[in-house]
Design a protein around this ligand. Structure first.
Ligand code: A5P
Length: 234
C-alpha cells in the first residue's frame, strides 16, 4: 500500500456525507477521532444546526471540543446502554474488515464506543486497506503509567519491540492519563492470539486491534466511494 496516498479533505467530506445516511433523528452517535472522523463530526454538526436531533458520545477530548463547538449535545458511556451508530476512521483495514486503530492515540475510548455501538461505520481512504493486519508495521497499545516499564519488557519479550510515544521530547499522555507504546510488528499471522497475549499483561489496558466487530467500511479511492465487501461475511 502506498504511503503517498492520503485521504483528501474532499474524500473525507464524501465519506462523511455517506456516513450521515446511517444516522437518524433521535439517535445516539459515537463520534470518532482523526481526520475522517472529524469530517463526519463537522457534517453532523451542520445537520444538527439544521434541526437533526442527536446526541454524540465522543471518543476523545479533541472530538468532544469540536462537537460541542458545533452545537452537538454530548453524552458519556455512563449515560447510555447502547450507541445506535459509531463512526470512526482506521489505520489498517484487512479483507475481513478487522482493523488496527490508534495512530491518533484515542484507541481505548474508540474501542469502548465501537463495542457499545449497534452499528460501527469506518471511514477511510484506500491507502488504509492492507492484505494482512500489521502491514504498516505499527500496533499501538495503551498502558497505565505505573506499569509502563514492565509492560514494555513484556511486549518486547513477545517479539514486538515497543517505543514509548513522545511528542516534542515528552511522553504523549492519553485522555485517560495513560501512555502509549507503539509496537513494531510485521504482518500478523494470528491477531486474535496477539490480542489475548497483550491483554494478559497487567497494566496494558487497550490495544489498537479491533477484531470481529463487523464494521461497515466506507472507502474513498481518490475518485469514488465504495463499501467494502468483507471476506467471510454474507
Ligand atoms: C485515533 O486514535 C485513530 O484510531 C484514528 O481513528 C485513526 O488513526 C484514523 O485516523 P485518520 O482518519 O486521521 O487517518
Amino acid at each position: 500500500m502506498s504511503e503517498r496516498l492520503t485521504l483528501t479533505d474532499d474524500g473525507a467530506a464524501a465519506l462523511a456525507a455517506e456516513a450521515l445516511r446511517h444516522v437518524a433523528s433521535g439517535q445516539v452517535v459515537g463520534l470518532g477521532t482523526g481526520h475522517a472522523a472529524t469530517a463526519f463530526v463537522r457534517a453532523l454538526g451542520a445537520r444538527v444546526a439544521a434541526g437533526l436531533d442527536v446526541r454524540g458520545v465522543p471518543t476523545s477530548e479533541a472530538t468532544a471540543a469540536l462537537a460541542r463547538g458545533l452545537g452537538i449535545k454530548l453524552l458519556s458511556p455512563d449515560d447510555v446502554e447502547t450507541i445506535d451508530v459509531a463512526v470512526d476512521g482506521a489505520d489498517e483495514i484487512d479483507p475481513r474488515a478487522d482493523l488496527i486503530k490508534g495512530y491518533g492515540g484515542a484507541l481505548l475510548r474508540e474501542k469502548v464506543v465501537a463495542t457499545m455501538a449497534r452499528r460501527f461505520v469506518v471511514l477511510a481512504g484506500a491507502e488504509k486497506l492492507v492484505p494482512v493486519l500489521g502491514t504498516r508495521g505499527r500496533l499501538p497499545v495503551e498502558v497505565v503509567p505505573f506499569a509502563a516499564a514492565p509492560c514494555r519488557r513484556r511486549v518486547e519479550a513477545l517479539g514486538y519491540p515497543p517505543t514509548l510515544r513522545a511528542s516534542e521530547g515528552r511522553p504523549v499522555v492519553t485522555d485517560n492519563g495513560n501512555l502509549l507504546l507503539d509496537c513494531r510488528v510485521g504482518p500478523l499471522a494470528d491477531p486474535h492470539g496477539l490480542e489475548a497475549a497483550l491483554r494478559a499483561i497487567p497494566g496494558l489496558v487497550g490495544t489498537g486491534l479491533f477484531l470481529g466487530m463487523h464494521p461497515t467500511v466506507l472507502v474513498w479511492d481518490g475518485a469514488r466511494l465504495r463499501t467494502l465487501r468483507p471476506e467471510g461475511r454474507n
